[in-house]
Write a protein that binds this ligand. Structure first.
Ligand code: AMP
Length: 190
């Protein structure tokens, strides 16, 4: 099973991805995690992306596309995967289509965890202010920036899948278990 999971920062995307990988015995491919790993290890890519990530901006499409292309070819992806945090731009979505065509595979489900942006911003700010160790202004402002980047660059990707009749919206304002139930309803009804 191959799933793309969309959702803005704070929507609970990572949590739902974890529940899905357990249920279906598939792997989670999080470009954010892959990049953080590169930064932690101090690789060439890590050095290039560190400051971009700290600002809450998007890393260049070339870097991301090559990371994903290598990753989905690995053995553990053969039973399926969840793309979490990718694609985030139209260019990335088009490249993913090309990768899938080349490998003669296709995506099974494109899901959007739909949340109220105003409430989300409140949630994010609350979370930032409760985290005493972080520099609170920074934290809150980077998250707000990521939300803006999501609106401007990733929401057009949702329209891209909607036009192909592939996008399914999930109500992300419910509690974790109920969001997961909604996801299962969609995934198992098709
Ligand atoms: P995430 O954990 O998915 O929110 O990603 C953390 C950060 O990694 C983002 O704010 C971006 O700077 C970068 N990033 C992750 N995935 C992508 C992507 N598909 N395209 C560009 N930048 C990305």
């Amino acid at each position: 099973m191959k799933i793309i999971l969309f959702g803005p920062p704070g929507a609970g995307k990572g949590t739902q991805a974890k529940l899905l990988i357990e249920k279906y015995n598939i792997v989670q491919i999080s470009t954010g995690d892959m990049l953080r790993d590169c930064v932690a290890k101090g690789t060439e890519i890590g050095k290039k992306v560190k400051s971009i990530m700290e600002k809450g901006e998007l890393v260049s499409d070339d870097i991301i596309i090559s990371l994903i292309s290598d990753r989905i070819s690995e053995e553990d992806c053969s039973n399926g995967f969840i793309l979490d945090g990718f694609p985030r731009t139209i260019t990335q979505a088009q490249s993913l289509d090309a990768m899938f065509d080349e490998r003669e595979i296709s995506i099974d489900h494109v899901l959007e965890i739909d949340v109220d942006f105003d409430l989300l911003l409140g949630r994010i700010e609350k979370r930032a202010s409760e985290n005493e160790e972080a520099r609170q202004d920074d934290n809150s402002s980077v998250l707000s920036k990521r939300l803006l980047v999501y609106k401007e660059q990733t929401m057009p990707v949702l329209s891209y899948y909607q036009e192909m009749n592939k996008l399914k919206k999930i109500n992300g304002m419910l509690n974790i278990e109920d969001v997961f139930k909604e996801i299962l309803n969609v995934v198992e009804s098709e």
